[in-house]
Write a protein that binds this ligand. Structure first.
Ligand SMILES: Cc1cc2nc3c(=O)[nH]c(=O)nc-3n(C[C@H](O)[C@H](O)[C@H](O)COP(=O)(O)OP(=O)(O)OC[C@H]3O[C@@H](n4cnc5c(N)ncnc54)[C@H](O)[C@@H]3O)c2cc1C
Length: 405
């Protein structure tokens, strides 16, 4: 009986919306509650990797992601001081392993909007904006949440609850689950410009420019209709205040320092982010689950956080579907926490921490050693393939599917 109640989702970001679509496609009722009035369109994730594209294909989204994004098989790691490419990696090496041997730069608000558009075809799926989830209770056979909008509060019953409500998750806090890890002292600044930085870094739209003093990375995104944009990501100093960083003169000076040119930069967005490496101490408590940033957060170098969050909900919604259809006993849901937590630590936390260390390494010997290792990896076909399998999260998916069920 309880299983006929909808699965409830707190948070209509990309992970919540994709979770809802994956549930609705199985014929299971689902309700999403999103605190904001609209899908947030600030510049965050853009890189969608091969393993994720395969999952999005299963939801009928991959073709549109490719059409609305920028396909890029390569990424390059540079030494800023010598302006030399230390290594170029090519996802094309995976062409016999995936139909998507590339990354697609497609902004995360587009992914959320694509999922919402598809969700509207299912009468048993709803998404309500400007509705905040305040608190939750659960019993052995159901959940109940209190939601709030401008009119007041109401209580909603469901069969399960998935907290897709981001890094500050109300659901995680409501369950009293620790968010173990640390926050980096510096913040990351993204400056988005319509200037074609590709003229300075031709041949590849994903570039990581390492520098012991001041690293940066540049990525092209397709934008929202006024032509492509470039994002320039860099780290601030811990002591720098917003005012000092965000004024037009400071952002122009920063861009000119990294990418000098004769005229000023047209800047479309300036965004500052706190950066964390944290993993929830559990991804499940009874009938309540955490997925996406509510379960894990990491620095954006490598473009892994959202990708992994999408993998979370593909796995979770598959398990929930089997349990709801009585194809599997309830205890298979234990697999979710058992698999996803260690996979996040091994494939997302470790990689992003290593990527950040590479970008900022100050010890000249360690830098030289790392560059030498990178070059050897890029030059050796088997090592190159292993590297891009890991970077694209294909290896994490293969490891998961080999795990005993
Ligand atoms: C600068 C930057 C670049 C990044 N680049 C990449 C990348 O290239 N690739 C990648 O994979 N990842 C990247 N990431 C990470 C990615 O942005 C996040 O992993 C992603 O946003 C997680 O999606 P989510 O849906 O879990 O959470 P969110 O996007 O944070 O969405 C959570 C939603 O829940 C809503 N909400 C919060 N509380 C409540 C509540 N109580 N009730 C109802 N709704 C609520 C919020 O309004 C929000 O809409 C990047 C992050 C940053 C900061």
């Amino acid at each position: 009986m309880t299983e006929r109640l909808p699965i409830l989702i707190a948070g209509g970001g990309p992970v919540g919306c994709i979770a809802a679509l994956a549930i609705a496609r199985q014929g299971i009722p689902v309700r999403v509650f999103e605190a904001e009035a609209n899908v947030a369109d600030m510049p965050r994730a853009a890189t969608t990797h091969a393993a994720t594209l395969e999952m999005l294909a299963g939801l009928g989204m991959a073709d549109e992601v490719i059409e609305r994004g920028i396909v890029e098989p390569l990424f390059r790691i540079w030494d800023r001081q010598s302006k030399t490419i230390m290594a170029e990696f090519d996802f094309g090496r995976l062409k016999d392993e995936t139909p998507y041997p590339f990354a697609v730069q497609c902004e995360q608000h587009k992914l959320a909007s694509m999922a919402i558009a598809r969700l509207r075809a299912y009468p048993h799926a709803t998404i309500e904006f400007s509705v905040r989830v305040n608190e939750l209770t659960q019993t052995s056979d159901g959940v109940e949440i209190e939601v709030q909008n401008a009119e007041g509060t109401r209580r909603i019953a469901g069969s399960y609850l998935i907290g897709c409500d981001g890094g500050r998750s109300t659901v995680r806090k409501g369950l009293g689950i620790d968010f173990t890890g640390y926050t980096h002292p510096e913040r990351f600044l993204i400056l988005t410009t319509s200037y074609d930085i590709g003229t300075m870094y031709p041949g590849c739209t994903r570039n990581y420019i390492t520098d012991p003093e001041s690293w940066f990375s540049i990525f092209k995104v397709s934008g929202d209709g006024d032509g492509p944009l470039w994002r320039v990501l860099s780290a601030t100093k811990p002591e720098q205040a917003d005012q000092e960083l965000m004024n037009a003169a400071a952002t122009e000076a920063r861009l000119q320092r990294f990418l000098p040119k004769d005229s000023p930069y047209p800047v479309v967005h300036r965004n500052l982010y706190n950066v964390h490496q944290r993993v929830a101490s559990s991804f499940r408590n009874g009938r309540v689950f955490l997925a996406g940033d509510s379960a894990h957060v990491n620095n954006p170098l490598g473009g892994l956080g959202l990708n992994f969050g999408i993998h979370d909900v593909i796995e979770l919604t598959g398990l929930l579907g089997r349990v709801i259809r009585n194809e599997a006993p309830e205890h298979v849901l234990d697999e979710y926490d058992r698999n996803r937590r260690p996979l996040n630590i091994e494939f997302v936390q470790q990689q992003t921490i290593a990527n950040k260390k590479r970008m900022e390494e100050k010890d000249p010997n360690a830098r030289a050693k790392d560059f030498e290792q990178l070059r050897r990896t890029a030059d050796d076909p088997a090592a190159h393939r292993t590297y891009v399998r890991r970077a694209s999260l294909i290896e994490s998916v293969k490891k998961r599917s080999l795990a005993p069920v």
